[in-house]
Ligand binder design. Structure first.
Ligand code: HEC
Ligand code: HEC
Length: 350
């Protein structure tokens, strides 16, 4: 059954519709928003939902909320706790993220740069848009373990927030929906597009002979064949869900938890490979510590499971030599945008 929708997704949709009546766009009370045209730094234009246009005030509010501990039950954790700018918005080397009660979840934190291009969110695609994604971590018992009602109350009685919501959305009545909207606006600004690879494409840098060979391994369908899924160029992923043969019997059913279709067992969202050298450990459960282990998985360790991606099914094992693997790693290292983590606009506000 391909069309099943999880209870979680339904709840998200319900909760969003439930808070819809208290807001009108565009805001009509005479408040002037400062519209933002997102500079995507050479990446394709980003589609911004018409109901949540970017504004200077909305982005600033979202940034403050992203880094605010008030979003967690015991006021000790914020989005930036598990999505740290200095680690390219993933956790610091943790395989599984740990929430406010010291309990680990079952999945590896995901990077948030270029997230505005993604179609579905979470490793299993359980959230349909960036706005509705925000409720997940706030209310997840092993993450921030808070209720939306409490968050709304805390922000409404805060000395600054009501006026910041007023500036961003024209109303000082704090709602879940506006919290989601503001954080999504901030997340859409997190563009990473200035790696050596980008500079090379713009004619500003040269790839070494080894990096060049690694690029060939990446694209060659007799070698890496990475391009089929981690498409070369802008986001380095097509965002589709696939089973890469990590386990004969997947412990985490991934996409199937959402679609309830056993053909989706063990399928996970194809992650970006930008900044990949900087975001270990790897895979949905953080099982691999190094890029070499990831590549060895594709080269020889993947399992011929029922749902194995057709692209992998037809590839012979041991098709890459040790030299190919060294070259491929050198190429993947050119995807690091060293400037990104120093962008003050992405950091916790003063
Ligand atoms: C306790 C650690 C933790 C906290 C706190 C946390 N996250 Fe996450 N985040 C994760 C993990 C782990 C995943 C992957 C979860 C999954 O797939 O089930 C994730 C996934 C995401 C994704 C999906 C990315 C993608 O490519 O699909 C987004 C977006 C995100 N988080 C944003 C946020 C925001 C916004 C907040 C604050 C409201 C937040 N996170 C708080 C750990 C955390
Ligand atoms: C059939 C599609 C497909 C192909 C081909 C493919 N990948 Fe992946 N890749 C995925 C998916 C899906 C995941 C997430 C798997 C998971 O966590 O269960 C992934 C995960 C990864 C990760 C971990 C990313 C992270 O953030 O944890 C790396 C690194 C990676 N792939 C590199 C490569 C390289 C290098 C190649 C070529 C040798 C390649 N992939 C070929 C689909 C693919």
């Amino acid at each position: 059954m391909k069309t099943g929708i999880s209870i979680f997704t339904c709840l998200l949709i319900l909760s969003l519709t439930a808070c819809k009546p208290d807001l009108q766009f565009p805001v009509t009370d005479g408040h002037q928003h400062t519209h933002v045209d997102l500079n995507t730094g050479g990446l394709p234009p980003m589609i911004i939902p018409a109901e949540n246009p970017l504004s200077v005030e909305g982005i600033a509010l979202g940034r403050k909320l992203f880094y605010d501990n008030l979003l967690s039950a015991n006021n000790t954790m914020n989005c930036g706790s598990c999505h740290q700018l200095r680690n390219y918005f993933v956790d610091s080397n943790l395989a599984l993220s740990v929430g406010i009660d010291g309990i680990a979840g079952t999945r590896n934190s995901m990077p948030l740069f270029n997230i505005g291009y993604s179609k579905k969110f979470f490793w299993d695609g359980g959230a349909a848009d960036l706005e509705s994604q925000v409720m997940g971590p706030i209310t997840n018992p092993v993450e921030m373990h808070e209720t939306m009602a409490n968050v709304v109350n805390k922000l409404q009685s805060h000395p600054q927030y009501p006026s910041l919501f007023k500036q961003a959305f024209g109303t000082d009545v704090v709602t879940s929906k506006l919290i989601f909207f503001a954080i999504a606006q901030f997340e859409r600004t997190l563009i990473s597009a200035n790696s050596k690879f980008d500079q090379w494409k713009r004619g500003e840098a040269t790839l070494t002979a080894q990096e060049q060979r690694g690029l060939d391994v990446y694209t060659n369908d007799q070698k890496g064949d990475c391009t089929h899924c981690h498409s070369l160029g802008s986001t380095f992923t097509d965002f589709e869900f696939r089973n890469t043969g990590l386990d004969s019997i997947p412990v985490d059913k991934g996409r199937a938890l959402i679609t309830l279709d056993s053909d989706d067992d063990g399928k996970f969202k194809t992650p970006t490979l930008r900044n990949i050298a900087m975001t270990p450990p790897y895979m949905h459960d953080g099982r691999f510590a190094t890029l070499r282990q990831c590549i060895e998985h594709y080269n020889k360790n993947f399992k011929y499971t029922k749902n194995l991606a057709p692209e992998l099914k037809i590839l012979p094992k041991n098709r890459m030599t040790e030299g190919d693997i060294d070259d491929l790693i050198a190429f993947l290292e050119t995807l690091t945008d060293h400037e990104f983590i120093n962008n003050k606009n992405f950091d916790k506000p003063e």
